[in-house]
Design a protein around this ligand. Structure first.
Ligand code: HAM
Length: 425
C-alpha cells in the first residue's frame, strides 16, 4: 500500500463531519426523545464481544459466517467486532439479569465485510431498541409504532411496512423441513451454493438475491400457512393493534430477515427513496429463544435496528434533509483586539445564558469577521465597537435582512430571547 493510501479511511468506511454531522445530531436527538417517551433507557455495549455471542449454535447467516470482522487479541481471545446490536444487548441482559420487562435503545456502529456501495458499508450505524421479557403482542405493536413515528418525525415519507410471522419454536422446524423437501429436488440443477444453504438452513434460500433461484423460491410453501394456533393468534393481535393505531402494513410471506434468531413477528420498512438492493431502511422482529441460547432463562424479546446512513440518504433523496444545529449568535470584535477581555467575556456570558455562540479568532479585520458571520449560518451577529463600548451597548444585526439596531448591553439577553420567541412560537 502506498503512503497516500495508508492515510485514507479504509474501503467501505467513512468520516461523518460538519456540516453533514449536524443532521446526524438531529436524527439521534429525535430518536432519543422518542425512545424516552416510550420508556426505553440507553444501553451502551462494547464494540467487540466474544465471537460466540454472534456465532452461537446454528447461526448460518452471511452476516455471521462470512462478513464478521474477527480478531484474536494479545491474550489469545477469539473476539469479533459487533456485526449487529441485538446479540450484544441480549448478552448484556443474560449477564446482568435486570428485572423484566427491560426496554433499551442504542445508537452504535456495526461492522460487516460487505461489498461496499452506496447505502452498504463496512461500518454502518444503527439506531435501535430491544424489549426483553414480554411476549405480549402489545409490545410488538409498541416497537413498530415507535419506529413508524420516528420516521414521521423525520419527514421520511412513503416507506412501506412489510410484516410477517416466523411462527413459534414448535412450528418453525416443521416449516423448515417442508422447505427443505421443496428445495432438495432442485439441488443438482441449482448448484453447490444452493445445496449448501438447503443443507444448513433452507430459510437462507428464501432471502437470497440469486436470479436463477427465484422460480423455486416463488413456488415454495409459505410460513404463514404453518403457524400454530397460538402463533397465529399472536400475529392476528399484532395486526389488529397496528390497525387500531392507523399504521398501514402489507403482509409479506417471504420476509425472513437476515438472522436465524428470529421467531414470530418480523418486519421491515422499505423505501423507494433508496436503490432496490439497499431499500430496507429499518427492520426487526421477535427472538424469543435468543437469551436461552446464551445460557439465560427463557426470555421473550423483540426489537429493531434502523441504519443512520440509509436514513440520511433517503431524507436527502426526498428533499427532507434537515440542517443540523447551528450557532445562534456570531460575535464580531470591532475593537481591533484592543478591548482586552471585553469580547471574550461577552461571548462567555452569552454561552452561559444558553446561546450557541461562535466568533472569529485573532486580530482579523472587521470586514473579514462580517464575512465569517455570514458564512456561519447564525441568524444574528452582535458587534462590539469603540462607540458601543462608550455607550455600554452592542450593535445587533439580523444577518437575514441586514437590519441593524443598537441594544443596551444589559438588555442583550432579553432582546435575543424575545427575538427567538418571535421566530419559534
Ligand atoms: P439488519 O436488517 O441487518 O438487522 O440491519 C438493520 C438496518 O441497518 C437495515 O435495515 C439497514 O438500514 C441498516 N444496515 C444493515 N447493514 C448495513 C450496511 N452494511 N450498510 C448500511 N446500513 C446497513 C439487524 O441488524 C438486527 N439487529 C435488527 C434487530 C434488532 N432485530 C431485532 N432487534
Amino acid at each position: 500500500m502506498s503512503r497516500t493510501d495508508a492515510f485514507r479511511a479504509p474501503k467501505g468506511v467513512h468520516d461523518v463531519l460538519p456540516p453533514e454531522s449536524g443532521q446526524w445530531e438531529e436524527i439521534v436527538a429525535v430518536f432519543a426523545a422518542r425512545a424516552r417517551r416510550y420508556g426505553y433507557g440507553l444501553a451502551i455495549t462494547p464494540i467487540f464481544e466474544h465471537r460466540e455471542v454472534f456465532e452461537r449454535v446454528g447461526e448460518h447467516t452471511d452476516v455471521v459466517s462470512k462478513e464478521m470482522y474477527e480478531l484474536t487479541d494479545k491474550g489469545g481471545r477469539r473476539l469479533a467486532l459487533r456485526p449487529e446490536g441485538t446479540a450484544s444487548v441480549v448478552r448484556a441482559y443474560v449477564q446482568h439479569r435486570p428485572v423484566p420487562p427491560w426496554k433499551v435503545w442504542y445508537v452504535a456502529p456495526n461492522f460487516r465485510y460487505e461489498r461496499a456501495q452506496k447505502g452498504r458499508y463496512r461500518q454502518h450505524w444503527q439506531l435501535g431498541v430491544e424489549a426483553l421479557g414480554v411476549d405480549d403482542p402489545d409490545v410488538d405493536v409498541e416497537v413498530i409504532a415507535l419506529l413508524a413515528g420516528f420516521y414521521d418525525d423525520l419527514g421520511l415519507r412513503g416507506s412501506r411496512l412489510l410484516l410477517n410471522s416466523m411462527g413459534d419454536a414448535e412450528a418453525l422446524p416443521a416449516y423448515v423441513e417442508a422447505l427443505r423437501s421443496h428445495f432438495e429436488p432442485h439441488g443438482a440443477e441449482l448448484g453447490e451454493e444452493f445445496r449448501a444453504r438447503v443443507a444448513a438452513n433452507p430459510l437462507r434460500v428464501l432471502d437470497a438475491k440469486v436470479e436463477a433461484w427465484q422460480d423455486v423460491i416463488d413456488s415454495a410453501p409459505q410460513l404463514i400457512e404453518h403457524l400454530s394456533d397460538p402463533a397465529a393468534a399472536h400475529f392476528e393481535a399484532v395486526q389488529e393493534g397496528l390497525r387500531d393505531l392507523g399504521i398501514h402494513f402489507e403482509l409479506a410471506p417471504r420476509l425472513v430477515r437476515g438472522f436465524d434468531y428470529y421467531t414470530s413477528t418480523t418486519f421491515e420498512f422499505q423505501t423507494d427513496a433508496l436503490e432496490a438492493a439497499q431499500s430496507a431502511v429499518g427492520g426487526g422482529g421477535r427472538y424469543d429463544g435468543l437469551a436461552e441460547q446464551m445460557g439465560g432463562p427463557p426470555t421473550a424479546g423483540i426489537g429493531f435496528g434502523t441504519g443512520l446512513e440509509r436514513i440520511v440518504l433517503a431524507l436527502d433523496a426526498l428533499g427532507s434533509g434537515r440542517a443540523g444545529p447551528r450557532s445562534e449568535v456570531f460575535v464580531v470584535d470591532g475593537l481591533g483586539g484592543e478591548g482586552g477581555t471585553t469580547v471574550g467575556s461577552l461571548v462567555e456570558t452569552l454561552r452561559r445564558d444558553g446561546f450557541a455562540v461562535d466568533r472569529a479568532y485573532g486580530r482579523r479585520s472587521v470586514k473579514a469577521q462580517w464575512k465569517a458571520a455570514d458564512r456561519s449560518g447564525a441568524p444574528v451577529a452582535v458587534m462590539l465597537g469603540r462607540d458601543e463600548v462608550a455607550r455600554d451597548a452592542v450593535a445587533v444585526k439580523d444577518l437575514g435582512t441586514g437590519e441593524q439596531v443598537e441594544v443596551p448591553r444589559h438588555g442583550l439577553v432579553a432582546w435575543l430571547v424575545a427575538r427567538k420567541d418571535r421566530r419559534e412560537p
